[in-house]
Ligand binder design. Structure first.
Ligand code: ATP
Ligand code: MG
Length: 364
């Protein structure tokens, strides 16, 4: 259950900065995801920890052992870091059975036959692929192949498991199933998981902590729900959650009176202090806008998207569009007038910097 520490890690390709001054403390037995849009430096970060890419600067420690230090010239190869990989293209050997695919690496490590048998059986059982032991990869579904690839990666018992978008080849249903399996697997092994994805839902649902990056710069490193409820800045707020948070330009005064999208309210901070006089962006999660008869505000229904479990409603409020999510199977007539209210917390971002300056209640 090793801890991984990155200190001032940077990667430049010529003048191009792929990862900038990254500091991360990955706790023992954590399941962390590196999240962010394409090109933000996720794979590069993962490869640097794994030893497949040499950082330009910094220091990396795994399980108390320095595996990389730019100043001291330390750079351990991947096979000395006790790590396993699972990449998007998890090619299994087509001429080998499931059993042989999983056993192959262990044979290379010169394990004896009995020990290999025991270990492979254990993995077949853990990943629920016992019945496919004698089959060839071409005789398996995509999800089954994926599980064989996971078993193969786990076979030598790596202390750290790196996964770079391992589920992106699967259809939506299988991906969902595999997420459950991965989370369970993390519980059942002592390994630290480092997982790369650009899918915010995957990051939210799987990880103990999310590291969200943009253009090589760490934006926030926090447990998923904390990131969801208290995003560090507009980028994070916009990236996490679907439908996305409502962002409404406004102005706040030092006494807490706030005006946004034609709505006048009082802001009562629950975390952070009362912001001073400034232009702001008010962030409200769609599920915190409740459509109810007693609501103090009025809007016009612009469109509805009922999905059975919930309905996404677009409201026109004094020319501003607000998205609300209503749980349950409900629907509203387009162009009808509804009342609504704000619940839980809103986040106030400073307009000039995009930074989260306070979180709190909006009292209308
Ligand atoms: N060998 C290289 N030489 C030059 N630039 C590189 C090299 N490898 C990566 N980069 C650049 O570094 C940046 C980060 O790349 P990286 O592969 O880490 O992105 P990513 O976040 O994994 O993106 P994706 O979601 O598309 O996989 C990109 O702009 C990429 O073009
Ligand atoms: Mg990548």
């Amino acid at each position: 259950m090793p801890e991984i520490i990155l200190k001032n890690v940077a990667k430049r390709f010529g003048k191009f900065v792929a990862v900038e001054n990254l500091n991360l403390n990955i706790e023992s037995n954590a399941f962390i995801t590196l999240l962010g849009p394409s090109g933000c430096g996720k794979t590069t970060t993962l490869r640097m920890i794994a030893g497949l890419e040499t950082p330009t600067e910094g220091r990396i420690t795994i399980d108390g052992k320095v595996v990389f230090d730019a100043d001291e010239g330390i750079n351990l190869p991947p096979n000395k870091r006790d790590v396993g990989f699972l990449f998007q293209n998890y090619a299994l050997w087509p001429h080998m059975t499931v059993y042989q695919n999983i056993a192959f690496g262990l044979e290379n490590l010169k394990w004896d036959k009995n020990r290999i048998r025991t270990r492979v059986n254990e993995l077949l059982k853990m990943l629920k692929i016992e019945q496919f032991e004698k089959r060839y990869p071409s005789e398996l579904s995509g999800g089954q192949q994926q599980r064989v690839a996971i078993a193969r990666t786990l076979a030598p018992g790596p202390k750290v498991l790196f996964m770079d978008e391992p589920l992106s080849n699967l259809d939506a249903k299988l991906r969902m199933e595999m997420r459950t399996e991965l989370k369970r697997l993390h519980r059942d092994t002592d390994s630290t998981f480092v997982y790369v994805t650009h899918d915010q839902l995957e990051a939210m649902t799987l990880s103990t902590r999310v590291c969200i990056m943009e253009t090589g710069v760490l934006q926030q490193y926090a447990p998923p729900l904390e990131m969801y409820n208290n995003p560090a800045n507009l980028f994070v707020a916009d990236f996490m959650g679907n439908p996305t948070m409502n962002f409404i330009d406004g102005h706040i005064k030092a006494d807490g009176s706030i005006e946004f999208g034609g709505i006048k309210a009082k802001f009562a901070p629950t975390s952070g202090s009362q912001p001073g006089d400034m232009d702001v962006v008010v962030g409200i999660r769609p599920e915190y806008i409740h459509i109810d008869e007693e609501g103090a505000m009025q809007g016009t229904v612009y469109s509805t998207l009922p999905s059975g479990m919930e309905t996404t409603v677009k409201l026109d409020v004094n020319g501003t569009t607000l998205t609300a999510v209503v749980f349950g199977d409900v629907d509203y007539d387009v162009d009808s007038q509804v009342s609504f209210s704000f619940h839980k917390a809103a986040v106030i971002f400073e307009k000039a910097t995009g930074k989260n300056v306070a979180k709190g209640k909006l009292i209308v």
